[in-house]
Design a protein around this ligand. Structure first.
Ligand SMILES: [Zn+2]
Ligand SMILES: [Zn+2]
Length: 221
């Protein structure tokens, strides 16, 4: 895929300041990749070679099914089926291991991951170089647990140098604050089921959305 399809200004995802900015980056990239493949790209021979080989995961195929372009989708699936039949399908049991790579790969997931790797690297580099971005990063309300892990794991081999410890400490502080908040709200939520709190004036506080926030925090993407 052309580089511009997978490159979005990192600041776009951070300026919203709502929920995890890396999830937002993922969603932007995923939307772009899906629009790209359901658009004219689907009929391009070089793209078709890739889709024949990689196929799509169930999640992305379901998404594509809901979009316009059923003829292109059918044409692409038809040639993907041809490739499966030609390269992997066999009536002999021992040959069927060639099917498993087809089940594990996805054209959209691969493009999104390519874009994510570049954007995450840009996050580190911009944090290192740009004071305004450091402030923007450190003022995020939260990061989901999955992307917290990704940012922490990638930091040692990234472009972070002078500001590495500020990055790691700042990120950990943001995430630990969210963890504590949700934990407290989950506890409060559970306590509301206690008969002693059953009066008409019972105060749910922020706890009504605790489960929803816990699920989002654990990361969907
Ligand atoms: Zn996230
Ligand atoms: Zn996928």
């Amino acid at each position: 895929m052309r580089e511009d399809i997978c490159t979005i200004p990192v600041s776009d995802a951070f300026e919203t300041r709502e929920g995890c900015p890396i999830c937002r980056m993922y969603n932007m990239l995923e939307e772009r990749a899906l629009n790209y493949i359901m658009g004219a790209a689907m009929m391009e021979p070089d793209v078709r070679i890739e889709t024949n080989h990689l196929g799509f995961c169930h999640n992305h195929l379901s998404n594509m099914q809901k979009r316009k372009g059923s003829l292109q989708l059918a044409l692409m699936l038809e040639s993907h089926f041809n490739e499966i039949e030609e390269k992997a399908f066999s009536t002999k049991q021992k040959d069927n291991k060639k099917i498993s790579p087809f089940l594990k790969s996805c054209f959209v997931c691969e493009k999104v991951e390519w874009g994510m790797a570049h954007m995450v690297e840009t996050v580190y580099l911009t944090f290192e170089k740009d004071k305004d971005f450091r402030e923007l990063f450190l003022s995020q309300p939260t990061f989901c647990l999955k992307h917290y892990e990704r940012l922490m794991q990638g930091a040692p081999k990234s472009g972070l140098k002078k500001y590495k410890s500020e990055f790691l400490t700042g990120l950990s502080n943001i995430v630990s604050k969210t963890l504590e908040e949700i934990k407290g709200d989950l506890k409060h939520y559970c306590s509301m089921f206690d008969y002693r709190n059953s009066g008409p004036d019972k105060d749910w506080g922020n706890s009504k959305t605790a489960i929803e926030r816990a699920v989002t925090f654990l990361g969907e993407k």
